[in-house]
Write a protein that binds this ligand. Structure first.
Ligand SMILES: [Zn+2]
Ligand SMILES: [Zn+2]
Length: 335
């Protein structure tokens, strides 16, 4: 099969990824083999390719927004049948026994493993997944529509929950890529007033189309005091401004897995009056199930930019340089 590997992590312009021919992986115990139809391109793939995240598996195949069809069953696998359409997301495994797993916070498990970092992912024609961590893809979502929901969508949903936005509250969204444009739709359809702050003019246009109450540049002050804000842009420089835009008691959620350094904060200006900063670490399977159901119910529509599998390096380069609006999706197999 064809697969992309992270050969030598480094700046995406230097070509860290290589397209190679590999043997198709076989499912192990409780795993299923999945013929990949589509795979979303997430900023985390960029962090894996560029080495912002340390190497967990040499020559890993990136990609953790995978939609495909179950083809083979490993020993003991019984949850799916060949032909079922499934999604493979970032969370690939947890220990199931630690204090976090036992209290329902499996996203905090220290022994968690991740697709496209610890395990080979979906920038390939076939992948394998532990069936307990796969999602059934609802009918009514195309492969290309479903792919970005599996990380961008789920992480955005968890970020929105972490924001504790009051009903009808004012939400600021900093950065407006794959995850943000899905999260904004959920928030707006649930009654929030959403203000989008992003440097890309195309993204500002999309935000308006999706119903944002206002749009502006990322460094600008929000036009109204915000009950909560979510920082999707991986830039720590935006943290003080976002905190200063919060209403008393407001919450700033940092959605990304990687953030550049945060400049010094002034307690009175940025944190006093019970403003809070919260991070987001991966997601639980429950977040994923809830979000997929909600996305279908609320009619969340991903703006996708398709690329053929052989152009995965170009998709990552476009993502790195803000040349795409919405979510890039690799078309791996033609439906
Ligand atoms: Zn655990
Ligand atoms: Zn992701």
């Amino acid at each position: 099969m064809r697969a992309w590997e992270v050969a030598v992590p480094g700046p995406v312009g230097g070509g860290p990824l290589q397209l190679v021919e590999r043997a198709e992986p076989l499912p192990g115990p409780h795993q299923v083999g999945v013929r990949v139809s589509a795979c979303g391109v997430c900023r985390t793939d960029l962090h894996v390719a560029e080495g912002d995240l340390p190497v967990h598996r040499p020559r890993v195949v990136p990609g953790h927004e995978v939609v495909g069809v179950v083809e083979t069953l490993g020993p003991g696998a019984s949850r799916f049948a060949p032909g079922d359409r499934v999604g493979v997301a970032w969370l690939a495994g947890t220990c199931g026994a630690c204090r976090f797993c036992r209290r329902g916070d499996e996203n905090l498990c220290r022994r968690a493993t991740f697709t496209g970092w610890d395990h080979d992912g979906g920038y390939a024609e076939v992948t394998v997944v532990d069936e307990r961590y796969a999602y059934r893809i609802p009918d009514g979502l195309s492969d290309e529509q479903a792919a970005p929901l599996l990380c961008a969508g789920i992480i955005g949903y968890r970020s929105l929950r972490r924001a504790d936005l009051p009903p009808g509250g004012r939400l600021g969204i900093y950065g407006f890529g794959g995850s943000a444009h899905l999260t904004a739709q959920v928030a707006i359809r649930q009654g929030a007033e959403v203000h989008v702050l992003t440097r890309s003019a195309d993204a500002r246009r999309l935000a308006r189309e999706l119903g944002a109450a206002s749009v502006g540049p990322a460094e600008a002050a929000a036009p109204v005091p915000l009950d909560a804000a979510i920082l999707f842009a991986p830039s720590g420089d935006l943290v003080p401004g976002a905190l200063a835009s919060l209403e008393r008691g407001g919450v700033l959620v940092i959605a990304g897995i990687h953030l550049s350094d945060v400049p010094p904060l002034e307690y009175q200006r940025h944190l006093f009056y019970e403003r809070e900063v919260r991070s987001v670490t991966a997601n639980t399977r429950r977040d994923g199930e809830e979000f997929l159901t909600l996305a279908l119910r609320l009619g969340v529509v991903a703006t996708t930019v398709p690329y053929p599998l052989e152009s995965a390096d170009r998709a990552l380069d476009d993502l790195a340089h803000d040349r795409l609006t919405g979510a890039a999706v690799l078309r791996v197999a033609t439906p």
